[in-house]
Design a protein around this ligand. Sequence first.
Ligand code: NAG
Ligand code: NAG
Ligand code: NAG
Ligand code: NAG
Ligand code: NAG
Ligand code: ZN
Length: 950
Amino acid sequence: MGKVYYVSKHVGLGLLVLAVTALVTIIALSIAYDKERAKNQDTLGDGAADGTTPVPTPFTPKEPWDRYRLPVSLVPVSYNVTLWPRLKPGADGMYFFTGKSAVVVRCVKETDLLIIHSNKLNLTSFNGHHAVLTGLGQATAPAIQNSWLVVKTEFLVIQLRSRLSVGASYVLYTEFKGELADDLEGFYRSEYTEDGVRKVVATSQMQATYARKTFPCFDEPAMKAVFNVTIIHDQDTVALSNGMEIGWFQKCKNSMTTFEPTERMSTYLLAFIVSDFVNIKSTQNKNLLIRIWARRKAIDSRQGDYALNVTGPILQFYEQYFNATYPLSKSDQIALPDFNAGAMENWGLVTYRETALLFDPIMSSTGNKETITTVVSHELAHMWFGNLVTLQWWNDLWLNEGFASYVEYLGADYAEPTWSIKDKIILSDVHKVFAVDALASSHPLSRREEEVNTPAQISEMFNTISYSKGAAVLRMLSEFLTEPVFTKGISSLAVFLLKFSQLFVCCQAVENTPGMHIPHTVHDIMNRWTLQMGFPVVTIDTRTGSITQKHFLLDPDSVLDRPSQFNYTWFVPIKWMKTGVEQQQHWLLQETGNLIVTPIDWVLANTNVAGYFRVNYDLDNWHRLLSLLNTNHQALSIINRAQIIDDAFNLARAKIINTTLALTTTKYLSKERDYIPWESALRNLDYYILMFDRTEVYGALQLYLKKQIQPLFEHFKTITANWTKVPTGHTDQYNQNNAIGIACSMGVQGCGELIKSWYRQWMENPHHNPIHPNLKSTVYCSAIAFGGVEEWDFAWRMFKNATLASEASRLRSGMACTKAPWLLNRYLEYTLDPTKIRKQDATSTIHYIARNIVGMPLAWNFVRARWSYLFKQYGGRSFSFSGLINGITKRLSTEFELQELMKFKEDNLHVGFGSATMALEQAIEKTTANIKWVAENKAHVLKWFNDESK
Ligand SMILES: *[C@@H]1O[C@H](CO)[C@@H](O)[C@H](O)[C@H]1NC(C)=O
Ligand SMILES: *[C@@H]1O[C@H](CO)[C@@H](O)[C@H](O)[C@H]1NC(C)=O
Ligand SMILES: *[C@@H]1O[C@H](CO)[C@@H](O)[C@H](O)[C@H]1NC(C)=O
Ligand SMILES: *[C@@H]1O[C@H](CO)[C@@H](O)[C@H](O)[C@H]1NC(C)=O
Ligand SMILES: *[C@@H]1O[C@H](CO)[C@@H](O)[C@H](O)[C@H]1NC(C)=O
Ligand SMILES: [Zn+2]
C-alpha cells in the first residue's frame, strides 16, 4: 500500500503565522505488541482470543475455526468470480452487490473440514447449507453435514460427512449478497458530483483482509490462485479488474464484462471497479497497454497526462532494475474520489487517491507533482516486489513496504532526473522514523509469524517503522554492498513466496564479489538491524580516535522493557571523511573501536547519511564543524548539512549535548539557500515553537528567526524578479515557500502585505486565482489567519467548488489557520458531516485544526467530547486514527495537561482506543518528557534567543 498522507507533504511553513505547525508528514505510529493493548483487548473487542492474558504468548484454541490462520489441508487453484454491484440503492435504501464464486481447491492433507474466509456476506442457502461442493474429474465430493459462519475469525466452516482425498480437486460454489457500503473496505461505494449529478462508483480495497468481505475466499497472501473475473454492470458504465477485459455480453439493460485470467496471485491484490470514468492511454514496447482512468472532467482537463508521462519510464526502469519484464498485458491506474490509503498496488489495476495521481498543469504545485511521481513509483515497484514475489505472511510486511519505499526514489529519479529526489529520503523517511524509533516504546522491524494473527494485528503492521525504517535499512544495505551487488541480489530472487531470511541468503550469494569486504554475513549484519528495535548513536572523540556506540533513546530516563538478544549493539558501517577527504569505510562491530585521526582534522561521519544511526563528536570537533558551516558550508553535502542539524537537536533532546550547541547549528542558516537543511532546521525548531508559543520565549525566538530568514526572503525576491517568476530548481520552489511562510509569521517587512494583496485579488475575481500553485498552501493559510469570516467563507466556497482534489486539500488545511475560535468550532462540527467534509478527510481536518495554537484546545475538547462517536466511525482498523491522537496532543507540556490526558484515557477505557492505543501511550510518554524538557531548558533557550537576536 502507499503511504497514508495526513498532512500534505509541502504545506510550507506559512502555518507559522499562528505560531504553529507540525510540518512533518505524520504517519500512523501504531505498534503492535504493547502491554496496554493486551490489557484492553476485552474492551477493544478486536477478537483477540487471549483478552485476559497480559503476555503475548498466543494460546492455541482447540477448534481450527477459532484460530485466525487457515488450516493447511486445502489450497485454492483458481476461482470463477462474478460480481454485480448495484449503483442505485435497493428498496430498503441499502446499496448492495450480489455475486457467485466457484473455487477449485486441491486437497493436500486429509480432512473432513472445509474452512474458507467469509465476512459480512449473506450466503444463499442450498439445501440448508451455505455452499455446494462437487468433485472434479474422478473425485466425488462427500456430502455436507453442517455449515456455519464464525464471526470472530471471519470463517465459513463446512463440516463434511467423510474426508476429502489427498491429491483430489473439488469445486466449492457459493452465492452471496453484501452491502456496498461507503466504508472504504472490501467492495465499497465512492460518491462524487459531476455537473450537479450525484454519481456512484463501486470500487475496492482488499489489503489486508477485506477480500473476504467481497466473496468467500482463502484470504491469506500465500494462498495464491488464478482468478477468472466477470462483472455485471449498467450499459453506460465500464468495469475494470486486474486482467484485461476480453468479453462483453449484453443482457437486458446490463452488460457483462469478462476479464482474462489473472496471474497466480494473492487475494489482497484483487480489484473490481465499476464507474463511468474515462481514460487516456499509451502503449509501450508495442504491446503493453498503459491507461490512466479518472472522472471525465479530470481527464478532459488533462489531469491524467503527467501520470501517463511518467508511468512508461518508471516501468522501464524497474524492468531493468529487477531484470524481469512487466508480466501483465496492461497497466491500469485509477484515481478515486474516496480512498483510505494513499494508493494500493492491485496487480494490473492500481488505485489512488486523486491527489496521488492527478496533476493539473495550471492548478497543481511542484509538490503535488513530486507526490504523484513518488507514489506511482512506489506502487509500480510492488508490481514486482510484492505482487510477483510475495511475502509468506504479514509479519514480514516491512520487507515489502520498506523495499518499495526505498526504490520509489530510484524510479522517481529515473523519471525526473533533475530533481535530486534521492536526497529526499533523508527528510521523508530517515528523520521521520528516527523520531519514532528513538522511543522506548518502539519495536523491531521483524516480527515472528505467530505474533501477527488478527486483522487488527495485521493492520498494525502498516506503520512508519515498516515503511520508513524498512526503507532506511535497505538503503544502508545497498550502500555498503554497493548498488550493483544489491540489485543483483534482488533480481536473483527466484522464490515467489518470500520470507525475509531468504532475501539475505540471496544477497549472501553475491557478497563474495571481488573487492567486497564485509566482516560478517549479510544475514548476521542485518539481524542486528531488524531483530532489535532502535538504532545507535556513534560517538567519535577526535582527540583520541576512540569511537563508541550506544542505543539512542530520546528520553535517557526511559525504561526499556524489551530485552535484545544483541544487547543493543549493532554492526555499524561507518563511511566518513577527514578534512574533506573520504576515508575507507569503518565497521564498528563492538561497543568501542578506533579511528586514526589527528586532533586538528575535522571529522564528519555518516557521509551521504548512508547509515541508519546518529553521530556525536567531542566538543572540539563540533566547533570545527560549526565553523566550517559558517565559513564554507558547501564543503559538506546538502544532506550532511541537514544531518548535522538533526543530529544536534536530537542529541540535545536526549541530553547528550547542550541545547545551545544544537541551536548554534542554525546560525549558519543566514547563508544557507538549500531546501533540505532549512527544512530540517525548521522541523526541529518546530518543537521549540510548540513548547514555547504560549510563553515569553516565543518573542525572542521570533526575533531570531526573523533575522535568519530575512536573507532567504530577499534571495527569493531577487531570483523571482519580485515574485513574478518561478525559481528553476525543483527544491528551490519548496524553499521559496518556507521563506515566505516564515518571513510572514516572523513579521518580515512587506511579507504580510504581499500575501494579503494576492488573496484579496483572488476574492475580487474568483475565476482567476493569481497565486502560484507552489505558494498556495502558504498563502491560503496566512491570508485566512490574517483575515476574518469573509476570507474564511470565500475559502469554503472555493473548497466546495474545487474540481481538483489537491486544491481542495490546500483549502481544507488553510481554513484551519483562522484565529477566530467560533470559525474553528464551526469547522470542527463540519468534520462530523460527510456532506461537508468527506469521511476520508475528517481526522486529518481535526488534526490541522489542532496545529493552530488557537485551535488546539478546541480540537482537544472536541475529540474528548465525541470520542465514542469518533471511535465508532474510525477507530477499528483505520490507519489515520493514531495520527489524530498524535496531532491533538503535540503541544501538551504542563502537569495540568498531563492530568487531563490521563483522565481522558481513564474516562474512555470502556470505549477503547483501537488503532490509536499505542499513540495514546506515546502521547503520555511524550507529554511527560515535554514537561521535563521545558523545565530544564526554558531559561537557557530564552537567554540564547535573546543574545542571538540582538
Ligand atoms: C479459470 O480460467 C483458467 C484458464 O482459462 C482455467 O484453467 C480455470 O479452470 C478457470 N477456473 C475455474 C474455477 O474454472
Ligand atoms: C468457470 O467459468 C467457465 C467459463 O464460463 C466455465 O467454462 C467453467 O466451467 C467455470 N468453472 C467452474 C468450476 O464452474
Ligand atoms: C444480511 O442479512 C441480515 C439479516 O437478515 C440483514 O440485516 C442484512 O441487511 C443483510 N445484508 C444484505 C447486504 O442484504
Ligand atoms: C507529457 O509529455 C508531453 C510530451 O513530452 C509533454 O508535451 C507534456 O507537457 C507532458 N505533460 C505533463 C503534464 O508533464
Ligand atoms: C537477467 O536475466 C537473464 C535471464 O534470466 C540472465 O541471463 C542475465 O544474466 C540476468 N542479468 C543480470 C544482470 O543479472
Ligand atoms: Zn507499498
